[in-house]
Design a protein around this ligand. Structure first.
Ligand SMILES: [Zn+2]
Length: 575
């Protein structure tokens, strides 16, 4: 038995505003969940943390549009995202909120120590001020004409037409997104700046020494470093957010109407959410995060889409390394490309793509989990198509796994009185299967350890297929006519395979796997990951134990369903 590891897992925090689509799910939360489940089955000590990212202008504006307070808006949206996560069986140990007291305190703490280290300074900069609204207009609060492409509804932080990042003062013909007022002035105001340029060498040394990062994450981090880290404003003229304090703990003079920028406080929530978890469950959060308090042996793994890599490899490390305090930094970082909708973007307004809540109205979570991980956007972007989804579910789940389980359990009920047969001696076919099993289990583990989810799913399917191949070779149904004992060996081996197939399916399709294992009556303590070196795997279940057949595990996706869903959510014809 390998020694017990302590594995801290975080997935990029979903923004509070709006339900996420399948691509968001596949690019961070789902693979993090699969990885957490796999490592728990290995018997390791796993802590999987996520939270909603609740500050910033989109939340304020959405609350205003809905005519509710930002707090009420976030309360409601947090619950919606929590429910969607539950629906997809995301096994968070804690799903926190970046608006928590814990995050406020910790964000303020980081700002204070960074300032003490000379990494934060006040600078006066020019901001868009609305005379009609009597306030500064940060980011999305101001709209106008894009200086690059002349698009007339560009937002202050980014142009949706050409995609360029903008500074609100660069907009032509600016107007307030709140009141529409065009009485706009550019005024001086002070903000806190994080002096990232001073941390350039520290961050580069750390990135270059981080050997466990996949290529995608590494290359994005180095590209940012090559371009040179720029000092960044970390405060905004907003009410909703973490208040800016002075050294005496009171509101910082001149910053009474400002808060920390959402990009500064959001990653701190990884730590603060662990504190929230500890308060609720009596755990020790510092044991996971402070290397002077026991986190020295923690493996910290982060999951995120490629757009988030820079924040995790550069911005957040500036905060934690800059503090000079012994915080745990990421060890392994897994970044994903995009899941596209037939090669294009998901869009609510254009009815392109399925969002998390809609997906669960169509089919159970396991169908989506399987397809999204079997087609994970790892080497490049991956297009979701109904046709691919249909083929994958019908072939991999319904035919390869579902039929195998049904065929062998039903046969046991019909021909062996619903009891695991005890007679007969294993022969050549069983030896072949044992060798396949041993090699395949080792490969699946390798892929999970390397966080190669596409390969892990493909190898899982390959093992299920080997089980079908075994039944074709062993032919218990043919042998039964002349030699019941010979048939019994095949059925016994097949039933043990059913249990193994369900056990190894737990990270990917947890609900179905549980249903198979429950039907078989496999005790919870026997559901851990099988050891490839265990020579007794194909004869592990007690002889004579009662066997029932589970109900049909997977419904096949018919062409008519694909046609209907294409009409509702878009498909090939929309291109
Ligand atoms: Zn533009």
């Amino acid at each position: 038995m390998p020694s017990k590891r302590r594995i801290l897992i975080t997935s990029a925090l979903p923004y509070i505003n709006g339900i996420k689509h399948l691509g968001n799910l596949a690019g961070s939360m789902l693979p993090a969940d699969v990885y957490a489940r796999y490592q728990r089955l290995q018997g390791h000590d796993v802590l999987y943390i996520c939270a909603t990212d609740e500050h910033g202008t989109p939340a304020e504006l959405a609350a205003q549009a809905a005519n509710v307070s930002v707090q009420d808006y976030c309360d409601e949206q947090h619950q919606i995202q929590r429910d969607a996560g539950d629906g997809f069986s995301l096994s968070y140990d804690w799903f926190g909120r970046s608006s928590s007291e814990e995050n406020k305190k910790l964000t303020q703490h980081f700002a204070q120590v960074l300032e003490e280290k000379g990494l934060i300074e006040e600078r006066v900069s020019q901001q868009v001020y609305s005379v009609d609204d009597g306030r500064f207009l940060p980011d999305r609060y101001v709209e106008g004409t894009c200086p690059h492409c002349e698009y007339e509804k560009a937002r202050g932080d980014q142009c949706d037409n050409c995609g360029r990042l903008l500074d609100p003062v660069d907009l032509k013909n600016p107007y307030s997104a709140v009141s529409g007022g065009t009485n706009i002035e550019i005024r001086d105001t002070a903000h806190l700046f994080l002096l990232q340029s001073k941390m350039q060498e520290t961050i580069r040394e750390w990135v270059e020494a981080s050997k466990d990062w996949p290529q995608l994450a590494r290359s994005i981090a180095l590209k940012w470093l090559d371009e040179g880290l720029r000092d960044r404003a970390i405060t905004r003229d907003l009410k909703w957010g973490v208040p800016v304090l002075g050294a005496d703990g009171n509101p910082r003079p001149g910053f009474e109407n400002k808060v920390f920028y959402v990009w500064f406080d959001a990653p701190v929530e990884y730590i603060a959410a662990t504190e929230e978890w500890a308060k609720a469950n009596g755990g020790d959060w510092e044991r996971w995060w402070r290397t002077d308090k026991g986190a020295e042996d923690v493996e910290y793994v982060q999951f995120m889409g490629k757009d988030n890599v820079a924040f995790h490899t550069v911005s957040f490390p500036v905060t934690i390394f800059g503090s000079g305090e012994p915080w745990k930094a990421v060890d392994k970082l897994k970044a994903f490309n995009w899941v596209t909708w037939y090669g294009g973007k998901f869009s609510t307004s254009q009815k392109r793509g399925v969002f998390m809540d809609q997906a669960l109205d169509l089919l159970p979570a396991d169908y989506w989990r399987w397809y999204l991980m079997a087609n994970a956007p790892e080497g490049s972007d991956a297009a979701f198509t109904w046709e691919g989804f249909q083929a994958s579910v019908n072939s991999d789940l319904a035919n390869v796994l579902g039929n195998f389980v049904n065929r062998i359990t039903k046969y046991t009920v019909g021909k062996f009185d619903g009891a695991l047969p005890a007679t007969g001696t294993p022969g050549e076919d069983e030896a072949w299967m044992a060798a396949e099993l041993k090699a395949s289990l080792a490969r699946i583990s390798e892929h999970y350890e390397a966080m190669e989810f596409r390969k892990a799913a493909a190898e899982t399917r390959a093992l299920w297929a080997a089980g079908n191949e075994y039944l074709t070779r062993a032919e218990p149904w043919v042998k039964y006519k002349n030699d019941v004992d010979a048939a019994a060996v095949g059925v016994r081996t097949g039933l043990n395979l059913v249990a193994i197939f369900a056990i190894i399916a737990q990270p990917l399709i947890p609900t179905t796997a549980k249903s198979i294992l429950d039907t078989l009556g496999i005790p919870d303590g026997n559901r851990n990951w099988p050891s490839a070196d265990d020579g007794n795997l194909l004869d592990a279940m007690p002889h004579g134990m009662p066997i029932q057949a589970p109900p049909v595990l997977f419904q096949k996706i018919e062409d008519a369903m694909v046609e209907d869903w294409t009409k509702r959510f878009g498909g090939e014809e929309n291109d």
